[in-house]
Design a protein around this ligand. Structure first.
Ligand code: SF4
Length: 391
């Protein structure tokens, strides 16, 4: 239990009051339970129960906060372990919580030097520390208080700047920060049973029954949608069948090309579609993972591409390959033409030099000897020759 051992000498129960109050205060509603148990008239008395000269009250608060934080981390890890085994949380805040768990899963998957295979609770506590720090434990739900803007209880109370939720005004079926877990099921079940009794009672007026009926339905919904499995119990056969059916349906959907937005025809999307963690798919449902991979490989071998996005990528890759080859050929041709151009220019320059030299010779000859009557010769009329520019 982590408690101090009870000494051998006679012990008066008074000596255990402080230890007991610390232990009780760490649990949901623990401070109130401490107050009731010790029959204090006010909660302040319970809070400062161990107050002694020298600041014992501050120590008490510190210890209480420490225990509370420990309990929150433990509950968060429990919720993660449940998620790993395919037991998903319910409630309006479930998607946000699952997103956090999946991010942790990705982190463990991308762990260097390889995916983390064995993850201890301590490691998970460290990874989930931030999430656990915003958890507020209530009897009927978990409140992941990440900001006052989303808190329904604060909206109802008209308070926008509070730093903690008003759990007394909690409406966990509508608040986006609330989740329901297996541990809350007995509470909802009791509320549903009480509701049924009151609805059957002739003493309750019809108007009140209308109000009770809505509450009763809500409790029934919560108590039936909670995960069935206790934290440390193995899955029942019925639950195994249910999860297996879910995975098979997800496999069929993915292989028939029904890929969800942002997903692909792969293991990650399969786990997401089936509502289980990847770790659970690998560990517990490995045979279904293998079956999925085999069927996908067979589809590929048959020239089918279940994922339209992958098919498009393959097409674009092929096009890119062809265009790259064409570009390389064009580049070679261009270089060859450039080389020919250079050779032609140099031949042209040589011809021009020759022409200039002939002109100079002709001019020298015409100055030193009387020129015979010019006989126009076809194809050798140089008088109209315009010198080419030198390059
Ligand atoms: S309504 Fe409930 S779940 Fe939402 S913030 Fe308030 S206490 Fe938390």
């Amino acid at each position: 239990m982590g408690l101090e051992p009870i000494p051998d000498e006679p012990v008066h129960p008074r000596r255990l009051r402080r230890t007991l109050s610390v232990e009780m205060a760490a649990r949901p509603g623990g401070l109130l339970a401490t107050k009731v148990h010790f029959k204090h008239l006010q909660v302040a008395t319970s809070e400062g129960y161990a107050a002694r000269p020298g600041g014992a009250q501050a120590v008490f608060h510190q210890e209480w906060k420490k225990e509370e934080a420990k309990e929150k981390r433990k509950r968060t890890v429990e919720a993660y372990r449940q998620f790993e085994q395919g037991q998903l949380p319910a409630g309006p805040g479930a998607d946000a919580l699952l997103a956090t768990f999946r991010a942790i899963e990705d982190e463990l998957e991308g762990h260097d030097p390889g995916p983390a295979k064995v993850v201890t609770d301590r490691q998970l506590e460290l990874l989930l520390k931030q999430k656990a720090s915003v958890l507020h434990l209530s009897a009927a739900n978990y409140c992941w208080f990440e900001g006052p803007a989303k808190a329904l209880c604060l909206k109802l109370a008209g308070s926008k700047s509070a730093t903690a939720p008003l759990t007394g005004l909690c409406d966990s079926s509508r608040c986006p920060q609330a989740t329901h877990h297996l541990v809350h099921r007995p509470v909802w079940q009791t509320a549903a049973d009480n509701g049924a009794d009151m609805l059957a009672s002739p003493r309750i007026p019809p108007g009140e029954k209308n109000r009770l009926r809505a509450e009763h339905e809500r409790s029934m919904r919560r108590s039936t949608t909670q995960p069935e499995r206790a934290y440390d119990m193995a899955l029942s056969q019925e639950q195994r069948d249910q999860i297996e059916r879910r995975i098979r349906a997800a496999i069929d959907r993915l292989l028939s090309g029904k890929i969800p937005p942002g997903g692909a025809c792969d293991i990650k999307t399969l786990a997401r579609e089936a509502g289980i963690s990847r770790a659970s798919l690998y560990r517990t449902w490995g045979h279904l993972k293998d079956e999925f991979e085999k069927r996908r490989a067979a589809a590929w071998a048959a020239g089918q591409q279940p994922d339209p996005r992958e098919a498009r990528i393959a097409r674009l890759r092929d096009l890119n390959h062809r265009l790259t080859g064409k570009l390389a050929r064009t580049h070679t041709e261009f270089n060859q033409l450039k080389e020919r151009h250079r050779l032609l220019l140099s031949a042209l320059a040589a011809k021009d030099d020759e022409l200039q030299r002939l002109r100079r010779e002709l001019s020298t000859f015409s100055h030193t000897s009387p020129a015979p009557a010019p006989e126009p010769r076809q194809g050798d009329d140089t008088s109209g020759v315009v010198p080419l520019p030198r390059r």
